[in-house]
Design a protein around this ligand. Structure first.
Ligand code: ATP
Ligand code: MG
Length: 128
C-alpha cells in the first residue's frame, strides 16, 4: 500500500471477498468503504505506506471479515482526538476514522508516536 491506486485495489478486493463469503450488498459496501478509508490513511498519513490484511472469520450464526491496517509511520499523538468527527491534520474531512468505526461492528485502534498505527476492524454478516 504505497501508491494511490492501491487504495482502489484494496477496496475492490475487500468487496469481492465480502460478497464471496456471503455478505449482503449493504454490509459488503460497509467493508469496502472502511477499507478505502483505512488505505487512504496509510497513503496520506503513514509516509511509507502500510499493509491491509483481510481475513475471513467464523462464529456460530455469522461469517465475518477482519481488516487489519498496519503501518510504521509517525503514529497518532492523540487517538481520542483523531477519532472525533471533523478532526484532520491534512485538510481532509476528518471523517475517515470515525466513519469506519460506525460502519464496522468492532473497531480497535492502537498507535504510538514514532512507532506506527494498527487498526483491527471486524464486520459480521448473520447467516441466512
Ligand atoms: N495511519 C495513520 N498514521 C498517522 N496519522 C493518522 C493515521 N490515520 C489517521 N491519522 C491522523 O488522524 C487524523 C484523522 O483521520 P481521518 O481519516 O478521520 O481524517 P483525514 O484522513 O484527515 O480526512 P478524511 O476524511 O479524508 O479521511 C488524520 O488527519 C491524521 O492526523
Ligand atoms: Mg482519512
Amino acid at each position: 500500500m504505497t501508491t494511490e491506486h492501491h487504495i482502489a485495489r484494496a477496496r475492490q478486493e475487500g468487496k469481492a471477498l465480502a460478497v464471496q463469503v456471503g455478505f449482503n450488498r449493504t454490509n459488503a459496501a460497509c467493508v469496502a468503504t472502511s477499507i478505502s478509508e483505512m488505505a487512504s490513511n496509510l497513503f496520506f498519513h503513514a509516509h511509507r505506506g502500510g499493509t491491509i490484511t483481510l481475513s475471513v472469520l467464523n462464529k456460530p450464526g455469522a461469517v465475518g471479515l477482519e481488516v487489519i491496517a498496519e503501518d510504521d509511520g509517525p503514529g497518532i499523538p492523540d487517538v481520542r482526538l483523531a477519532m472525533q468527527d471533523g478532526f484532520t491534520t491534512n485538510r481532509g474531512l476528518g471523517g475517515g476514522l470515525p466513519g469506519t468505526e460506525r460502519l464496522m461492528d468492532e473497531f480497535e485502534i492502537t498507535s504510538r508516536v514514532g512507532d506506527g498505527t494498527r487498526i483491527v476492524a471486524k464486520k459480521w454478516q448473520p447467516c441466512p
